[in-house]
Design a protein around this ligand. Structure first.
Ligand SMILES: *Cc1c(COP(=O)(O)O)cnc(C)c1O
Length: 374
């Protein structure tokens, strides 16, 4: 067995090489600091990659979801059904439209929306459903689409996912991706909205920028935001796009090392991956059952930190965070999400890591498990 590392292993460091650095330098020399030809090229390349009519580049995954909801007419008095197991931004953008987030519990296996609960949550005010493809496992989109309600997908983890053979990105009214520093396509910051609908694309184009217009005197017909993507970031995203497959293959190897290395540990079980789908392998999440594993997730996380292994939590249930708890004090319990929130732990996964790094993480977890179950 390996011994404890003497250097820290980061959780999800970006894999940035000379190509990204050269692309940034070239962009700076070109004079395009704001949105220009590289953002347009990224939109076109991503539309081809995702096999969808339109891709709009925006400033973040958060603004992608916000603008997609607004483009679909979501506003005050409406309800949007979403997952409690997500980054809070997913629920925050619903709040920012003036609508109310309605949290639907998740299923034990992969912590995606439990679609059997949707009929009990739909009302005359339900204007959209906002599912989250956690870790890169697609939600059950057929069951979500079956209700005839517009769907905005939070696909921040799901670039490279396929649902029953179809690329995530063209299957709903809007699909939102993030280019945040840890994501499969990492520009640092940025987001993309993919949509097959001309009207949704046009509305987002109008809203993402307060435009100066063409004439000598400017005017505006809508109160625009400032959610456009800079060419400097688009240039990084374009360089990352060239490596998407390579980086995916590296993560796939890392996932296999975890699957093999952790299979016999009692009480440590990875989230389910449906063989009918292509998983984007954005995160490697295990659930730690304190009964069988001898300690809680928080204790495991602390011990792994002591072994120089950084981990993360995806996610604490959003509806239990102070702001949502105080705003909606009467909300129903969501037992599966609340249980999972205590048990999930994400292990280091990144194309910047070597196989040796991942084997260090495996062995550290095995040592910690051995100590807790002794
Ligand atoms: C990263 C992330 C977001 C937000 O994306 P940003 O680009 O940081 O705004 C939204 N939802 C999920 C599930 C995420 O992981």
């Amino acid at each position: 067995m390996r011994t404890r590392r003497d250097t820290p292993l980061g959780f999800q460091p970006p894999a940035i090489g000379d190509e990204e650095i050269a692309a940034v330098a070239e962009t700076l020399r070109s004079g395009w600091l704001t949105t220009g030809p590289r953002a347009a090229e990224l939109e076109q390349r991503m539309a081809e990659y995702l096999e969808v009519a339109h891709v709009l580049a925006v400033s973040s995954g958060t603004s992608a979801m916000h603008l997609a909801l607004l483009a679909l007419g979501v506003g005050p008095g409406d309800e949007v059904i979403t997952s409690p197991i997500t980054w809070p931004a997913t629920a925050n953008v619903i709040e920012h439209t003036g609508a109310r987030p309605v949290f639907c519990d998740v299923r034990e296996d992969d912590l995606n929306l439990d679609t059997s609960l949707l009929p009990s949550l739909l009302t005359g005010r339900t204007k959209a459903i906002l599912p989250v493809h956690l870790a890169g496992q697609p939600c059950d989109l057929d069951a979500i689409h079956a209700h005839g309600i517009p769907v905005v997908e939070d696909a921040a983890h799901a670039l490279e996912s396929r649902y029953r053979g179809h690329k995530v990105g063209s299957l709903s009214e809007a699909t939102c991706f993030s280019l945040y520093a840890t994501k499969n396509l990492a520009a640092g910051e940025g987001g993309l909205v993919a949509t097959p609908r001309d009207d949704v694309a046009e509305a987002i184009r109008d809203m993402r920028l307060t435009r100066r217009g063409d004439g000598a005197r400017y005017d505006q017909t809508t109160a625009g935001f400032k959610a456009n993507l800079s060419d400097v970031l688009a240039a990084i995203a374009l360089a990352q796009l060239e490596k998407l497959e390579l980086h995916g293959a590296i993560r796939a190897r890392q996932v296999a090392l975890y699957d093999d290395g952790l299979a016999d540990l009692d009480g440590i079980v990875p989230l389910g991956r449906d063989p009918r789908d292509t998983h984007a392998l954005h995160l490697y999440v295990v659930r730690i059952d304190p009964e069988a594993a001898g300690a809680t997730r928080d204790e495991y996380q602390r011990s792994l930190a002591g072994e120089q292994i950084s981990t993360s939590i995806h996610f604490l249930p959003v509806h239990r965070l102070t702001w949502f708890r105080e705003r909606y004090p009467e909300q129903a319990p969501l037992p599966v999400a609340e249980g999972a929130g205590e048990e999930v732990l994400s292990l280091p996964l990144s194309p910047a890591h070597s196989d040796e790094d991942i084997l260090d993480a495996v062995d550290a977890l095995r040592r910690v498990h051995a100590a807790f179950t002794a």
